[in-house]
Design a protein around this ligand. Structure first.
Ligand code: KIV
Length: 269
């Protein structure tokens, strides 16, 4: 099993690969393809649950998906992304929600969309044996404050990210996601930290990269500008399902080889 220590050992030597998955079948495929970390992202809100954004995702929905992904994987590190307001408001509730992902669902770590309010919580969780992946820059749960634009484009905000990154490392975070920030800022954060940085829309100098599964395989209707499509699964699915509908409608399917007849049942009436 990949551990947080393995990831830390990879940093600087070997790029860490992280990709989202929201079900057991996809998680198994993602792991077989060589991904190190499977993130059960709250991006499931817009990627697969039909919401406009990630805000409506619940702790129960996340728990159910984390359980499925954990059952679908053997070796990859499974990270549960904590939904909007499931952490941060109340410490005991935050610990309970995060602990549930490891204790009941089989996650190996949690990811928190981070800020000044998550430094102490990160320390508490790490002390309790819950590995924390921090997340700075564009944090989609703050869409109502920031939109989806690139973050930390000015010196002051960039300095804040650097300081927060350091504060989360000091608090015990084992890795840091940097989303949609200037590449030179991500490079400076990576240089400054001992823990691995995993970038998304943050240039090529991080210790690893993460993307959303539906963007990578070409299943999403639209993708952010920093994503890359490596396949065209949407067309494949449309074509396969279209062929199925045509075959049923034309009577071509099921054929003789799809049906077993029982001779004893002939002439029943
Ligand atoms: O929810 C998610 O998928 C994420 C990644 C894009 C980092 O937070």
């Amino acid at each position: 099993m990949t551990t947080v220590r393995d990831l830390q050992a990879m940093a600087g030597d070997e790029q860490i690969t992280m990709l989202t998955a929201y079900d057991a079948v996809t998680a198994a495929l993602v792991e077989d393809a060589g991904v190190d970390v499977v993130l059960v992202g709250d991006s499931m809100g817009n990627a697969v649950l039909g919401h406009e954004d990630t805000l409506p995702v619940t702790v129960d929905e996340m728990a159910s998906r984390v359980g499925a992904v954990a059952r679908g994987t053997d070796d990859a590190l499974v990270v549960a992304d904590m939904p909007f307001l499931s952490v941060g408001a109340d410490e005991a509730e935050s610990v309970k929600n995060c602990g549930r992902m490891l204790k009941e669902e089989g996650a190996n770590a949690v990811k928190l969309e981070s800020g000044p309010h998550t430094v102490e919580l990160t320390e508490r969780l790490a002390d309790l044996g819950i590995p924390v992946m921090a997340h700075l820059g564009l944090t989609p749960q703050s869409v109502n404050q920031t939109g989806y634009t690139q973050q930390a484009t000015g010196r002051e905000e960039a300095k804040e990210i650097l300081d927060l990154a350091q504060a989360h490392e000091d608090a015990g975070a084992f890795a840091l996601v940097l989303e949609h920030v200037p590449a030179n800022l991500a490079a400076q954060v990576t240089e400054a930290l001992d823990i691995p940085t995993i970038g998304i829309g943050a240039g090529g100098d991080c210790d690893g990269q993460v993307l959303v599964f539906t963007d990578v395989v070409g299943l999403a209707e639209s993708s952010p500008p920093f994503a890359e499509q490596f396949g065209d699964v949407r067309s494949e699915v449309q074509s396969a399902v279209g062929d199925y509908v045509e075959a049923v409608e034309s009577g071509e399917f099921p054929g003789d080889d799809h049906a077993d007849s029982n001779a004893e049942l002939d002439d029943l009436y």
